[in-house]
Design a binder for this molecule. Structure first.
Ligand code: ZN
Length: 251
């Protein structure tokens, strides 16, 4: 019954606010992971992107303006990770705040000794537990230009990670997945890459992945969708875990 209502709602939204064909084609041209999908997956992605635009509020700030094509592009990137999971995986938050360029969030942090610090880190994106996703539009447009990079997918991976608490590289796994295998695989890859870095070897992924387990998950997720063949080649076991989690086989 609920499913029937939901399907009816989906059909209504898609019928009322369809993504126009030229905008959809433009989004496909600029989003490699979407371009690589088969026709029926592309059709599902288009429906998800339509619903994403209906449910989430895209909020450009600091004079940035996003036209319809920009919004469709952003939604297309955002829905890649949940293509086989469903939009429910993005429940619990509403806003996507978009800065024109990299931004410096004003934030105070209290360290272990109780000292308050103002942080001044320049960010391309940020995701809060129950709050908004924050993106730099300049970085959104960079997706795929540096191989394996996609800031939207990165922040959405953090959102999925935080569905079961803090961002720690451990999103809610599906019933048939083995939690121990997930942890063992990701930490073995992490240790291996740290070892390589210690020896000054070039890393097959963005070294930012080694900041912490949450960043590791977000960075390998970007690569899983943007440059799946490279991830499969360099970290095949991580690739396999991500295949199971995202229920997709991009390579
Ligand atoms: Zn991150």
């Amino acid at each position: 019954m609920f499913k029937a209502i939901r399907n009816w709602h989906v059909r209504r939204v898609v019928a009322r606010h369809p993504i126009a064909e030229p905008l959809w084609q433009a989004a496909l041209r600029r989003c490699a992971p979407a371009r690589r999908l088969g026709a029926s997956d592309q059709a599902s992605l288009r429906v998800l992107a339509t619903l994403f635009l209906e449910r989430k509020s895209l909020e450009p700030v600091q004079g940035l303006e996003l036209d319809e094509a920009d919004r469709v592009l952003l939604a297309t990137h955002a829905c890649i990770p949940i293509l086989k999971l469903g939009l429910d995986w993005y429940d619990g938050w509403h806003s996507v705040i978009v800065y024109p360029d990299a931004f410096i969030p004003r934030r105070t942090q209290v360290d272990a000794a109780g000292v308050v610090h103002q942080t001044h880190t320049v960010l391309a994106g940020e995701a809060w537990g129950r709050g908004p996703v924050i993106l730099s539009w300049a970085d959104v447009l960079e997706a795929g230009k540096k191989p394996g990079h996609n800031v939207v997918i990165h922040e959405m991976a953090h959102k999925l990670d935080m569905l079961n608490g803090d961002a720690n590289g451990f999103p809610p796994l599906h019933r048939r997945m083995d939690r121990r295998v997930w942890s063992k695989t990701l930490s073995a890859a992490w240790d291996h890459l740290r070892e390589e870095r210690r020896h000054g070897l070039p890393l097959p992924i963005d070294p930012y992945a080694l900041e912490n387990p949450a960043e590791f998950f977000a960075v390998v997720s970007e690569q899983f969708f943007e440059t799946p063949a490279a991830l499969q080649q360099h970290l095949p076991q991580v690739y396999r875990q991500l295949e199971q989690f995202y229920r997709q086989h991009p390579y």
